[in-house]
Ligand binder design. Structure first.
Ligand code: NAD
Length: 430
């Protein structure tokens, strides 16, 4: 028997995985819909990515065999401008995850009011198993495959989990070779020598710190002397930790993919960074005690910064968290159930879509500098970043107060209204 799908039914790939990141995102959209007023008639737009590309990434391995990896690029929404969002290399990447990450980029870019839509990419590969040459071949072939939809005014990738400046350099070079001109603006997060921006490497962590300080001020929490626990000690986690420590906070616990360490008096972050550089993880760091990974969530602390992967704070551990404030450095680290538990317990959650927007904000500066071929000083960049983050946070805080909603719903209200207003002004084509 054949069935005819209702014209309003979501395509099957959008319905699947309701417990995963895309399901989380859909629930977040449902929560914001009552606050959208007349713009709610466009809300379906937010539940359907504009474009999903799945590509095969075949490469020659060093041992002479051929391996195939699955790659994705999703452009969730481009109503406000070109797609923008990172590329993740991870063995667990799925289309559904990339869809959710692309949607959160739409919301984030609108929340800080940079003129971008949202996009995200990924390759389902564990880069730690590849040689440098193999990594370069994966990057170049993936870039070539998604080259039909990216470009400086179409969609601009950037680093995310397990991708870095070198990978951005290879992406920029591959795209440039294919189009026959040096196109520095096709990716951000590049090395300085190739049109990268000062301040980009620290930008996400600096944004986490900036909105964290603003939020702490609102709830009367002093940064000096505050105890901070950080999950993830990569780009976002390590920089956030360093800036909080410089402001007088104590980083009492750090967890990464391999283990958890704790020191009541505060960890020596410079020594820890060197240990991670040499050994690849925080485990075995001499001047700290190891903890079982589940114990991380109940470490006594004032501020908790998840800065690793999504789906980390769940209904199972949200009740154990002692912090007064959670600042989401990672994308999607808190499930909707956990969000509710934290809210009921009076824990302030500063959501990813504003907390980690510092990275894309300086990516925007990088893109502007590339287009104008005129580069700004680091002080200028940091000052502009801090101003944008503070202003965005102030608007969102006020919307949260006015509507008596969480900061996440408030950020979605601000961002979704901006996206859907643009959508409405553009109208439907044809
Ligand atoms: P990264 O690769 O530099 O670091 C990731 C860290 O997470 C590493 O320390 C790793 O050991 C740890 N980790 C991985 N799996 C873990 C697990 N199961 N448990 C505990 N720790 C684990 O990545 P990043 O760029 O710092 O990104 C971290 C998060 O921040 C991601 O959610 C990413 O999407 C988000 N983010 C990054 C940026 C950016 O500019 N890099 C911007 C916005 C959001």
């Amino acid at each position: 028997m054949t069935t005819t799908a209702s014209p309003h039914a979501l395509p099957s790939y959008l319905q699947a995985d309701h417990l995963g990141p895309w399901g989380t995102y859909l629930q977040q959209v449902d929560r914001v819909t009552p606050y959208l007023g007349p713009l709610a008639r466009w809300v379906e737009t937010l539940k359907r990515p504009k474009r999903c590309l799945i590509v095969d990434v075949p490469i020659l391995l060093d041992n002479g065999t051929i391996a195939h990896f699955e790659g994705y690029r999703v452009q969730h929404n481009t109503s406000r401008g070109p797609g923008k969002g990172g590329v993740r290399f991870h063995q667990d990447v799925t289309l559904s995850e990339v869809m959710a990450l692309s949607a959160w980029m739409s919301v984030k870019n609108a929340a800080v009011n940079v003129p971008y839509g949202g996009a995200k990419g990924g390759v389902r590969v564990n880069p730690k198993t590849l040689s440098l040459g193999e990594l370069e071949r994966v990057t170049r072939r993936y870039t070539s495959e998604i080259g039909i939809i990216i470009g400086p005014s179409k969609d601009i990738p950037a680093p995310d989990v397990n991708t870095n400046e070198q990978i951005m350099a290879w992406m920029m070079d591959t795209y440039s070779m294919n189009v026959g001109e040096t196109a520095t603006g096709v990716v951000t997060g590049k090395p300085l020598a190739l049109g990268g921006s000062l301040g980009r490497r620290d930008a996400t962590g600096r944004g986490v710190y900036t909105v964290g300080v603003e939020a702490a001020h609102q709830i009367g929490l002093k940064i000096a002397g505050a105890r901070v626990a950080v999950q993830g000690f990569g780009n976002v986690g390590s920089v956030s930790a360093r800036l909080f420590a410089e402001a007088g906070a104590r980083i009492v616990a750090v967890q990464d993919h391999a283990g958890t360490i704790y020191r009541e008096a505060g960890l020596d972050l410079a020594a820890l960074a060197e240990h991670v550089r040499l050994t690849g993880s925080v485990t075995g760091f001499a001047s700290a005690e190891p903890l079982a990974s589940a114990a991380f969530w109940q470490v006594p602390c004032d501020i908790l910064i998840p800065a690793a992967l999504e789906g980390q704070i769940t209904a199972a551990n949200a009740g154990l968290i002692t912090a007064r404030m959670v600042i989401e450095g990672a994308n999607g680290p808190t499930t909707p159930e956990a969000d509710d538990i934290l809210q009921e317990r009076g824990v302030l959650v500063v959501p990813d879509v504003i907390a980690n927007a510092g990275g894309v904000t300086v990516s925007y500066f990088e893109w502007v500098q590339d287009f104008s071929s005129f580069f700004w000083s680091e002080d200028e960049i940091n000052a502009r970043l801090v101003r944008i983050m503070k202003e965005a946070f102030a608007v969102i805080w006020q919307v949260a107060q006015d509507n008596r909603v969480s900061l996440r719903t408030a950020t979605f209200i601000v961002a979704c209204k901006r996206i859907l207003h643009a959508r409405e002004m553009r109208g439907l084509y044809p």
